[in-house]
Write a protein that binds this ligand. Structure first.
Ligand SMILES: *[C@@H]1O[C@H](CO)[C@@H](O)[C@H](O)[C@H]1NC(C)=O
Ligand SMILES: *[C@@H]1O[C@H](CO)[C@@H](O)[C@H](O)[C@H]1NC(C)=O
Ligand SMILES: *[C@@H]1O[C@H](CO)[C@@H](O)[C@H](O)[C@H]1NC(C)=O
Length: 277
């Protein structure tokens, strides 16, 4: 708690104004009609601030954000209501506090997120295989973004048809979910595309894939929710990253970088993932 926040605020503003006036005698005129980029920056402290730009790519397209922005309107597993309000101010300058300060409450498997082996195995949960134990070497490195056929879930037959070369350790599977923009729809849709049990088993038996990325809230198809997760997570060598934002990205090889939060005891975490060309 700040004893006299408003006094401090006013003092700060006055100092700013004094500094500005000393440096630029025509500050008032300049602020009314900025003529150069520098002028408008000088005024930004007192004038209304423009809305920030929200970006999907950075560095002229070199860095692609493949995480979904977390919003109240995004889908939540098995819910019609979406994620709902998840962040709120508990202290605010308007209420006389020193700063705006928020809290958040979020289901672990919200938006773009990662599962740890503890998600489906009690013994792994009890033994502590939480999200903090996931291998960052699997979550970061060369990755293949590949399109799967749009007329099926990811079955053994589909996996065979993709001809993913041996040695590829990270694959992001883009499906009909991306075309249908399911991650942008508030209501959960159980008809999403995911791995069937036989597709998951084939991947384990026949490929070197350790990072499995998919484009809806679960890597496993709804009808094989438990079965496919159990197959994937059993060895504790496969990491599932779910709910990736793969629209507007050409298929091909990238470097992927995914970083979960170090939430001790949690069987997953929201995750930020980017692709670098
Ligand atoms: C601000 O104060 C009002 C009145 O005490 C309270 O209802 C509100 O929740 C507070 N909001 C914040 C963000 O602190
Ligand atoms: C947050 O703080 C800023 C000043 O730093 C203030 O203008 C704004 O009104 C505050 N927001 C709320 C909701 O109190
Ligand atoms: C995938 O499986 C789900 C059930 O888990 C089903 O509703 C959906 O129609 C299937 N999608 C395709 C493209 O076959």
């Amino acid at each position: 708690m700040s004893p006299k926040p408003h006094t401090n605020h006013l003092l700060f503003l006055s100092l700013l104004l004094l500094t500005t006036a000393a440096a630029e005698t025509t500050a008032a005129d300049t602020c009314a009609a900025p003529t150069t980029a520098d002028d408008s920056r000088t005024c930004a402290t007192t004038a209304a601030v423009d809305a920030p730009v929200r970006r999907e790519t950075y560095g002229g397209g070199r860095i692609i954000d493949i995480s979904h922005r977390i919003t109240a309107e995004m889908p939540a597993f098995s819910s019609v209501a979406g994620v709902g309000e998840f962040v709120w101010l508990v202290e605010s300058r308007k209420n006389g506090s020193l700063s705006n300060s928020s809290e958040m409450k979020l289901a672990i498997h919200t938006g773009t997120h990662v599962d740890s082996p503890a998600h489906f195995y009690e013994e792994y949960y009890d033994a502590g295989f939480d999200v903090d134990t996931l291998d960052l070497d699997v979550l970061n490195g060369p990755a293949l973004l590949i399109d799967v056929p749009r007329n099926d879930n990811i079955t053994e037959e589909v996996m065979k048809s993709l001809h993913i070369p041996k040695g590829v350790r990270r694959v992001l599977f883009r499906s009909l979910n991306t075309d249908r923009r399911l991650m942008f729809k508030k209501e959960f849709d159980s008809s999403y595309v995911g791995f069937m049990k036989d597709g998951a088993q084939w991947l384990i038996d026949n490929t070197d894939i350790q990072l499995v990325g998919t484009d809806y809230l679960s890597a496993a198809a709804f009808d094989h929710l438990e079965a496919a997760h159990l197959v994937f997570l059993k060895s504790r060598e496969i990491i599932l990253v779910e709910g990736l934002k793969l629209n507007d990205v050409p298929a091909g090889m990238y470097n992927v970088h995914c970083l979960p939060l170090r939430l001790q005891g949690a069987e997953g975490s929201p995750i930020r993932c980017i692709l670098i060309k």
